[in-house]
Design a binder for this molecule. Structure first.
Ligand code: 13P
Length: 214
């Protein structure tokens, strides 16, 4: 699907990809929210909805200024998504999850705030980039999170919210889902290898990946 896909196709794709994430355990209960930029506004998942059971026609429709103009009541974290679109002009979709492994890392007392998930594999660097900042804890739905996320997202395609979970942006809806899945797998690897001496990608290897896939 291209960036020029119609709104109907975009709604259907969001519902399909979200259901797949839910079916594979990347999201449970009503956790997580997803938005996608349209030519004249945004779609975002309704608050308290399950990513496994979204309905295309009920997705919340926002105008270009993030005002609710249709569908169910939007996620209480609209501002989290707005922060990414403001910070990253290329972003066309944002995925927020409470996926287990990434959230576990977001709870570690000794997590590195600059680099809580180390660059172990090429696909992590290709999908997420060289930086994944840890944003300090805020209550879910607290609008005070917006400036902190906007600042962190200026230099990063994704952030990890302390004790909460990851937020990932990408240039297409599909790429945002791919990146969210890759981030969770990278977190799993980081936890599996936490006690073992590891060989991280070198700065040279990271720069080579960014040059070719960034
Ligand atoms: P919403 O149901 O309002 O989208 O909130 C879910 C969530 O993931 C909070 O962090």
């Amino acid at each position: 699907m291209t960036a020029a896909a119609g709104e109907g196709e975009t709604r259907a794709l969001l519902v399909e990809l979200a259901a797949s994430l839910f079916a594979r355990g990347f999201s449970v209960g009503s956790a997580g929210n997803i938005s996608v930029r349209l030519d004249d506004g945004y779609l975002i998942t309704p608050t308290n909805s399950s990513l496994g059971r979204l309905e295309a026609a009920r997705l919340a429709r926002l105008d270009a200024d993030f005002r609710h103009i249709g569908g169910d009541k939007p996620s209480k974290e609209v501002f989290m998504h707005r922060a990414f679109y403001a910070a990253r002009p290329e972003a066309r979709a944002v995925v927020h999850l409470h996926s287990t492994m990434a959230t576990a890392i977001a709870c570690l007392a000794d997590a590195d705030p600059e680099n809580p998930i180390p660059p172990l594999t090429p696909y992590f660097v290709m999908r997420i980039g060289a930086r994944l900042p840890l944003v300090p804890y805020f209550r879910p739905g607290d609008p005070a999170m917006e400036p902190a996320i906007r600042e962190a997202a200026t230099n990063a395609r994704a952030v990890l919210l302390a004790n909460h979970g990851p937020v990932i942006s990408a240039a297409s809806l599909r790429d945002a889902f791919y990146a969210a899945e890759e981030l969770e797998e990278a977190a799993k690897l980081a936890l599996l290898l936490r006690a073992a001496p590891t060989r991280l990608l070198t700065q040279e290897q990271i720069q080579d990946l960014l040059k070719n896939f960034g």
